[in-house]
Design a protein around this ligand. Sequence first.
Ligand code: MN
Length: 182
Amino acid sequence: MRKLEKYQKKRNFKITKEPKGKVTKNSKKLKFVVQHHLARKDHYDFRLEHKGVLLSFAVPKGPSYNYQDKRLAIMVEDHPLSYRNFEGIIPKGEYGAGVVMLWDRGTYEANNNFTKGLKEGMLKFTLKGERLKGKWALVQIKDNNWLLIKEKDDVKGYKNIKRLNTSIKTGRTMTEIKRDEK
Ligand code: MN
């Protein structure tokens, strides 16, 4: 079992609407989520369910379907599985203050053993999301720095993911989320 201590210590749940969460059993079909997070720095949070939590990576440029684009993915603290439903505002002064949009979600299949893969710095998986599909890999460079890479397959992806600027849950843009959730 992995733990959520780091996640919970960083946040004040009386102030933020993010879930406190708990370590759960794995789902029958493993879940993944990508959240577009407009914080101090704009980035995409890429999260994969593993051992009852979401392994989490902050990807400054977001994922790319071009297999030659290796996107820096910084491993951050594990998040609770319930975080995959979170869209809204993180208040000023709180950790990660800014706007969070549900950018993609779905299920995934692991193509290697993740427990071993985390130690060895290589995770391979197939995504079944609305926007992200097909084979992908996370490869560790050093410490918390990994690369998110599209692997070759038949999936025809988007040329520019930045053009997908609405929530897959509510259809809202960042501006609309900010306006609604004040
Ligand atoms: Mn983030």
